[in-house]
Design a protein around this ligand. Structure first.
Ligand SMILES: Nc1ncnc2c1ncn2[C@@H]1O[C@H](COP(=O)(O)OP(=O)(O)OP(=O)(O)O)[C@@H](O)[C@H]1O
Length: 235
């Protein structure tokens, strides 16, 4: 079986158009891979480029150079060069992303927000909603909220909807950007168990976790992003 995620010689800089197009390098020569059933945590100080790496992998940030190889369907796709249609297909079938904040859609209930990724993969409405309900229940979201749009939910409630939405599919690669930041201890423990379950199912996980206890509990390996920083000589 191909390694689910291989990042090779990736470079990224930001061009500051309002400052005479000055180029700010963020990460240089990023190399790592994530195996099936492994959870790799991106570590290093604030501002070193952890979120930028996740955003490049998900196709939200362009890549200056290098390769982001994902085992997708029965082939290897280089996301650094893939066309937008392929990127969307990789997101639908292969690579999930749990961001820190839920992007709410007006008038769509929490249950349907969570069920949507399964529907877009061809599941029936009944099955998708049943699985969504099971996840929201596991994450202790009060049942009276399931039928409401999450826009007015608390930070922790929105984060749990977001986690349920990210975990509902059987994507083989899962990117996690601080999924437990707004959660209490009880729900942090639920998410730790959900991550362990994904690992048992052979999912390759890559995440940012500032909470040390969570990081200890989920990580097989911490990758220090400082090693890819153009500022490391000065750090
Ligand atoms: N869209 C952008 N435009 C310009 N600069 C950016 C952009 N996104 C990130 N940066 C810069 O890139 C650097 C790395 O930011 P990033 O958010 O990846 O760091 P991080 O390691 O995730 O930090 P933290 O732990 O504080 O969340 C920072 O100096 C940041 O200001």
């Amino acid at each position: 079986m191909a390694t689910p995620l291989v990042v090779s010689e990736v470079f990224k800089s930001f061009t500051m158009h309002l400052r005479d197009g000055i180029k700010l390098p963020v990460v240089n020569d990023v190399n790592f891979s994530v195996a099936s059933g492994e959870c790799v945590v991106l570590g290093g100080p604030s501002g070193i480029g952890k979120s930028s790496i996740l955003k490049m992998l998900y196709g939200n940030y362009a890549v200056d150079a290098g390769q982001i190889l994902v085992a997708h369907r029965d082939r290897i796709v280089d996301l650094a060069r893939a066309d937008p249609r392929t990127v969307l297909d990789v997101r639908r079938q292969t690579m999930g992303y749990v961001s820190q904040f839920l992007r709410t859609v007006p008038r769509v209930s929490a249950l349907d927000v969570v069920a949507e990724p399964l529907l877009s993969r061809g599941a029936s409405a009944g099955d998708a909603r049943e699985k969504a309900a099971a996840l929201l229940s596991e994450l202790n979201l009060p049942e009276e909220l399931w039928g409401l749009p999450p826009a007015t939910f608390s930070g922790g409630e929105q984060q749990r909807v977001n986690i349920a939405r990210g975990f509902i599919t059987d994507h083989s690669v899962l990117l996690l950007d601080e999924p437990t930041a707004s959660l209490d201890a009880r729900n942090r423990a639920v998410v730790v168990e959900m991550i362990a379950d994904k690992k048992r199912k052979g999912v390759a996980l890559l995440g940012i976790f500032h909470d040390e206890e969570v990081r200890e509990a989920v990580s097989d390996r911490v990758l220090d992003v400082l090693q890819f920083s153009p500022r490391k000589a000065a750090a």
